[in-house]
Design a binder for this molecule. Structure first.
Ligand code: B12
Ligand code: SF4
Ligand code: SF4
Length: 406
């Protein structure tokens, strides 16, 4: 029996990694990222100083509306090394979410159906992507340990953290910033989420992709609420995604008709984008649209009690808006739907339930007034004509450019 005491293995510091080892590690990170279901991984440094004045101008103009969280952290959004001290590189990842049988045109064409942005029909992406990024961090740690190197300090972020994800992904070579302000790439379009792993390793960085929009302005022209106020600049407070998801209170009257049947988010600027004609369908079944949210009838969704809403949206990003905002959004869409006695009856009945607060009640009154105006006009217009001209153009563009998903 030996009386010697086992010595803890001494690991070398991170700065003992050679540039050849760092380059090999960067290549491996991209392979491991793919194994973890990411469509692409890129690496960039943490310098976003060029974005700071643009972010400040966006905030100064009030384009964040009521999204107080956008203004709360000063310029930290553009300083990943302040968000997670010690960070030297950002490993930026993208994951495709376009579900199969998206049925975009079919859905927008029928004002009796609710349109739900295609990122939201399946499981909430936040936790899932964060977990995968954490696994990527664990994999890097295990590799370094095998090389006899210390544990790196890494932390995953997805969407909700104060960090400028799109400019980071742009820098990391995952695509270019489109005129709709989203990231897109020639090979895959824009139907993807972004996430990052902040890490204190000086990995070699990737090269940004050249801008590819050229003279196209389709997204700017098609936005139902004219939220893309200049190329690359979105007034968030006009965007339907903000109005139906982020905004807590009443939807301003000026936007209600333009919202049409979009009850959760909006995809129009991506639908008309010619680059999306090549977009792949997601490989993640978690992002497939669940049955209850596939081409749903507005009246069915409006009838959900709070308990049903919570049950049927469990695990979905929709749950976070809560039942009141859900009813608010559907009431607006019902106001935009063709004149119908069943809609009027449903609106009136809903108003009498104790699940309706003052804010929702006001939207129901608005919808009833819209319905009454259509009845008074004795509107015998075909349903298709109730869809705004802009939306009709979007529908045609989808049928022509995205036949698989129409
Ligand atoms: C706040 C927010 C919103 C707000 C505001 C949108 C906006 N454009 O800022 C609202 C609620 C409206 C929204 C909507 C949507 N969002 Co959002 N959103 C965010 C969030 C949380 C922050 C974005 C942000 O920092 N905005 C601040 C402004 C200042 O940033 P910016 O718009 O990029 O502005 C820059 C440009 O204006 C640029 N700029 C100015 N001048 C010029 C000139 C040139 C030449 C160039 C190149 C750039 C440029 O400088 C500014 C600063 O960098 C990010 C997640 C994150 N943490 O980053 C997701 C995020 C951007 N959203 C995302 C998605 C998917 C959406 C929607 C498609 C959801 C939907 N279907 O309803 C829509 C799309 C609307 C749109 N066209 O932008 C994805 C985008 C993925 C991608 N492919 O790019 C993100 C990254 C979330 C994620 N983790 O995947 N969103
Ligand atoms: S998501 Fe819809 S409302 Fe928002 S910028 Fe794009 S087209 Fe406009
Ligand atoms: S629609 Fe045109 S301008 Fe807009 S992002 Fe796509 S290519 Fe760029």
């Amino acid at each position: 029996m030996s009386d010697s005491i086992a010595q803890p293995t001494q690991l070398a510091p991170l700065n003992s990694l050679t540039s050849a080892q760092l380059s090999e590690l960067a290549l491996n990170i991209k392979i491991w990222g793919k194994e973890l279901g990411f469509a692409q991984i890129g690496i960039c440094d943490t310098d976003l100083s060029e974005e700071e004045p643009k972010l400040q101008a966006w905030l100064d103009k009030g384009y964040h509306g009521e999204m107080g969280y956008m203004a709360n952290h000063g310029m930290m959004r553009a300083r990943p090394h302040e968000l997670h001290p010690g960070t030297k590189r950002v490993i930026s990842a993208r994951m495709n979410y376009l579900p199969p049988e998206a049925g975009f045109a079919f859905n927008l064409k029928d004002p009796n159906l609710g349109y739900i942005s295609r990122y939201a029909g399946g499981r909430d992406y936040h936790k899932m992507i964060r977990n995968r990024l954490k696994k990527l961090g664990d994999r890097i740690e295990a590799e370094l340990k095998a090389l006899g190197i210390n544990k790196p300090n890494s932390r995953p972020f997805v969407d909700s953290a104060p960090i400028l994800e799109r400019p980071l992904a742009d820098k990391a070579g995952l695509g270019w910033t489109g005129k709709h302000s989203l990231l897109l790439s020639e090979e895959v379009g824009s139907w993807f989420f972004l996430g990052e792993l902040l890490i204190d390793l000086p990995l070699p960085v990737d090269i940004p992709v050249a801008e590819g929009c050229k003279t196209c302005v389709a997204c700017i022209k098609s936005c139902p609420t004219n939220a893309i106020v200049e190329p690359y600049i979105v007034d968030g407070s006009r965007c339907i995604s903000y109005l139906t998801i982020e905004l807590q209170g009443a939807i301003p009257l000026e936007f209600r008709q333009a919202i049409g049947n979009r009850i959760y988010g909006c995809d129009d600027c991506q639908l008309v984008c010619p680059v999306n004609s090549k977009a792949p369908v997601t490989e993640e079944s978690d992002f497939h649209t669940r049955a209850s949210l596939k081409q749903p009838q507005l009246l069915e969704l409006f009838a959900w009690s709070e308990a049903e809403f919570l049950k049927l949206t469990e695990g979905s990003p929709i749950r976070r808006i809560g039942h009141a905002r859900w009813l608010r959004n559907i009431a607006v869409a019902l106001g935009n739907a063709p004149a119908s006695s069943s809609i009027v009856t449903a609106l009136e009945a809903r108003k009498l339930t104790d699940e309706v607060d003052e804010m929702v009640s006001e939207h129901i009154d608005w919808a009833l007034a819209e319905q009454a105006a259509k009845q008074d006009d004795n509107q015998s217009e075909p349903t298709a004509l109730l869809v705004s001209r802009k939306t009709q153009r979007v529908i045609r563009s989808v049928e022509k450019g995205l036949p698989r998903d129409a």
